[in-house]
Design a binder for this molecule. Structure first.
Ligand code: PA5
Length: 446
């Protein structure tokens, strides 16, 4: 079991000149957000402790799947895919099952994945909260066609994760007799990783899902505190940053296992906080662009910009104290004095030194940065980390006075896709889109 350590020192004005000085008005903003968080009915907050009745079913189903199948393929996108990808890369890579998340509709990729599967040995998990996302529906229809052609029964090879009542998947699941896990109606896609959306794929990959939830429950206690609340502090610093045009939030894990946490974070931060209007309907056009970077790899591509470019970023490092395995650098080429210092050191030592060096480089360049340390990457710490960012996002949304949980911009795109693909009832939308097109040939070059 491992908790997380949050270090906000390097974001403070005393440490870096572009850092933050927390005023009374900021403290008042935190207090207001805290009361709203206490009162608000946020479905995702029930997940750490409120799923005891379904955990055995998830674990039993996962065991059955991993015993009978070689491949487990998640069909989903956005909040239905990024969490499973992040958690698999953090914890599940040692499992025997071949794990795929098809979160795109690139025909080349789909042909490659689907073409390489022995369908007899494949279980598909269709995940969609709304049950009507075109991408996921198209994938599911394709898989249904493939199974039919192979003479296999849909219900033997497909599990649904969706809303209880709404959407096409709930209907299909009932009609076809699919094993179904329910995504609570008050939990949105990007806040759903700790629901069956993420728990079933994780369990199939042999991940300790009770450990994930215990980590989340621990973090719920930590992030419910009135004082010393790291989620509120992370949110406050980023909101203060936005007020000063620091419109970029960089997430930089120093561990390959956490690389996809940045993608998951990017979605929750961008989709939750990027909003046109505030809660009173005023146009505010707020948000902060999340950027993923990987330590140490991106020290050699992006860090130059972070240290000398515009003062528009807050960098968050994810650090790991103890890697799951170690590798020592042997004594070699002893006649080259210049590299002798590496002899006998470990790669985790080198990794830690490089992270500290980057932190130092940012500080001397007066760039605010935050560190979150995991003592090790285990189910508990990953559950805690996911939940921490969910809470930080919710806090930030409260401080910004916006609706954290909707995504009207995404919905607009979904509806436009329906119109372009000829869905019945969307003829007017299509006409509106055609009328809007004012493209001129002079701006098209070949
Ligand atoms: O967070 C969200 O709500 C979105 O990113 C959705 O997860 C994404 O659009 C997919 O939607 P659905 O799960 O309804 O297919």
């Amino acid at each position: 079991m491992s908790g997380l350590v949050f270090d906000f020192n390097n974001a403070m004005a005393g440490m870096v000149s572009h850092g933050f000085e927390i005023q009374q008005s900021d403290e008042a903003m935190v207090a207001k957000a805290h009361s709203a968080m206490q009162e608000g009915q946020m479905g995702f907050r029930e997940l750490p402790r409120g799923q005891e009745d379904i955990l055995d079913d998830i674990i039993d189903t996962a065991r059955d799947v991993s015993e009978r199948f070689d491949n487990f393929v998640v069909l989903g996108i956005g909040g239905s895919a990024l969490g499973p990808i992040a958690v698999y890369h953090a914890l599940g890579q040692q499992s025997d099952i071949n794990f795929f998340v098809e979160d795109n509709i690139d025909p080349e990729r789909l042909n490659r994945t689907f073409g390489g599967l022995d369908l007899q040995k494949t279980m598909f998990n269709v995940v969609t909260k709304s049950g009507k996302t075109s991408e996921t529906m198209a994938q599911m229809m394709t898989v249904a066609g493939m199974l039919e052609k192979a003479g296999l029964k849909l219900s033997d090879h497909m599990i649904a994760t969706t809303d209880k009542e709404n959407g096409n998947l709930a209907l299909i699941a009932r009609k076809e007799g699919l094993k179904t896990f329910i995504l609570p109606s008050n939990v949105g896609g990007r806040f759903s990783e700790l629901s069956p959306v993420g728990l079933l794929p994780a369990a199939v990959c042999g991940i300790d899902i009770r450990g994930l939830l215990q980590g989340a429950a621990h973090m719920d206690e930590v992030c419910s505190r009135e004082q010393n609340n790291p989620a509120a502090m992370f949110a406050l610093l980023h909101v203060m940053g936005m007020q000063r045009d620091m419109n970029i939030s960089v997430m930089m894990p120093y561990a390959d296992s956490l690389k996809f946490m940045s993608d998951w974070y990017a979605q929750i931060w961008a989709e939750s906080l990027g909003k046109r209007v505030d809660n009173d309907g005023n146009e505010v056009f707020v948000g902060q662009t999340p950027v993923g970077a990987l330590g140490v790899t991106d020290q050699h591509s992006q860090v130059q910009l972070y240290t000398e470019g515009p003062f528009d970023k807050i960098v968050t490092f994810l650090k790991v104290d103890k890697f799951a395995s170690e590798l020592k650098i042997p004594k070699a080429f002893e006649y080259v004095q210049d590299i002798a210092f590496l002899c006998g050191k470990s790669f985790s030592e080198l990794m830690a030194a490089e992270q500290s060096a980057t932190e130092y480089a940012l500080c001397v360049a007066d760039r605010p940065n935050i560190s979150i340390t995991l003592s090790e990457v285990d189910a508990f710490s990953i559950g805690a980390l996911l939940y921490f960012f969910e809470m930080a996002t919710a806090y930030a949304g409260e401080m910004m006075g916006i609706n954290t949980f909707d995504q009207p911009g995404v919905e607009e795109g979904k509806l436009a896709t329906f119109a372009l693909m000829g869905k019945q009832g969307f003829e007017e939308k299509k006409a509106q889109m055609d009328a809007l097109s004012k493209k001129q040939d002079k701006w098209i070059m070949q």
